[in-house]
Design a protein around this ligand. Structure first.
Ligand code: SF4
Ligand code: SF4
Length: 349
């Protein structure tokens, strides 16, 4: 299981798609429960991945240290904006199995949305983490300014082990996703899939999560709910000790599964609208939050859904070539196995 553990509701940046810190009444800025309570939940799980989350999780390094010292877990990670990396001592970083750094791609794009000089700071910290041997994932927020091929390629060339992206849709003001997707995004995705297959022919698996996670589902079993695991393989623990299905849904009652004292698991995580969809084993209903909230209404949901389906068709159209590469022994199924809950990624953008 994946445990997303909030260390604070506070953030030191105000990126324009997020807005920064949570109000203290919604997600307190200090942890209000005892690490013992966390230990008793997490140590019952033999396959526990604990990923620190926020706010900006590294703004509360003492809680991270106390947890890593007092709780046994199989994997450790952090989802960070990448600016406060030096607040956590090196010996804790050396125990991290994954660091997810928010960076949108090229410098001008990242700084436009996240703040002046953010790109340089994040890249400097990324290089430091790499020098310590910490596996890294670049987490991009994709907007109408993104050139998906250029920006993903840029991050892979910088040396990130994996790149994942999320579309800035549904919880932002409405924008013309359809026009952008047809003109820019989907052709860019096609070019990324070309690159992915090209490298596979050399026996190398590129860590492009939205492609790898779908390929993995094809060969190694699909997703029964959102690939992020929301509510059935992934649980978020807020600083006030609530257990949520989705870490974004800090205000929404439907997401509350209980508290650190006891909680339930979602029995059937696939949304009703997805039950008959031909792509459900690859997509798992995409994002549970988006399908529950539908901020863009029914029609907005459908527009995003069409983009999702077209991206899936692009990836799936190359599966026969990948099958052929497996048959010829150039890559193995094992190499194509990817469990998004081990990295806290969502697969479907
Ligand atoms: S493609 Fe759309 S309808 Fe199909 S499973 Fe995903 S979200 Fe549901
Ligand atoms: S993909 Fe959706 S349901 Fe999953 S963690 Fe992200 S916001 Fe929550």
């Amino acid at each position: 299981m994946l445990w997303l553990v909030f260390t604070t509701g506070k953030c030191n940046l105000t990126c324009n798609y997020c807005g920064g810190s949570f109000e203290k009444e919604v997600v307190p800025w200090e942890v209000k429960y005892n690490v013992e309570a966390l230990r008793s939940i997490i140590e019952r799980d033999e396959n526990a991945t604990v990923v620190f989350y926020g706010g900006e999780p590294l703004s509360n390094p003492s809680f991270i240290m106390r947890t890593m010292d007092g709780v046994r877990a199989k994997r450790w990670g952090v989802q960070t904006n990448g600016t406060l990396v030096r607040l956590l001592p090196e010996r804790y970083w050396r125990r991290m199995n994954v660091a997810l750094l928010s960076i949108d791609g090229r410098r001008e794009l990242t700084d436009k949305h996240r703040g002046k000089n953010v790109y340089d700071v994040v890249v400097r910290n990324f290089r430091y983490l790499k020098s310590l041997g910490v596996p890294t994932v670049a987490r991009m927020t994709v907007t109408q300014d993104t050139e998906i091929f250029e920006d993903v390629k840029h991050l892979l060339d910088l040396g990130f082990d994996k790149v994942h992206w999320q579309l800035n849709v549904v919880w932002t003001d409405r924008w013309d996703v359809k026009e952008w997707a047809e003109r820019s995004y989907l052709p860019g995705v096609r070019a990324l899939v070309d690159l992915f297959v090209e490298r596979l022919r050399e026996g190398k698996v590129l860590g492009i999560v939205p492609i790898l996670g779908v390929v993995s589902a094809h060969f190694n079993g699909g997703y029964v709910g959102s690939p992020c695991g929301a509510g059935y393989r992934s649980f978020s623990i807020t600083t006030d000790g609530r257990v949520l299905s989705c870490p974004i849904a800090v205000r929404e009652k439907w997401a509350e599964l209980g508290t650190v004292g006891g909680f339930k698991v979602l029995e059937d995580p696939l949304p009703a609208v997805c039950k008959e969809c031909e792509y459900r084993r690859y997509c798992g209903g995409r994002c549970l939050y988006a399908s529950q909230e539908r901020y863009w209404g029914e029609e907005g949901f459908k527009v995003v859904d069409e983009v999702t389906k077209e991206y899936l068709r692009i990836v799936l159209s190359r599966m026969w070539e990948i099958e052929e590469l497996i048959r010829r022994g150039i890559v193995s199924r094992e190499q194509l196995k990817y469990d998004p809950t081990e990295d806290s990624t969502e697969v479907i953008p």
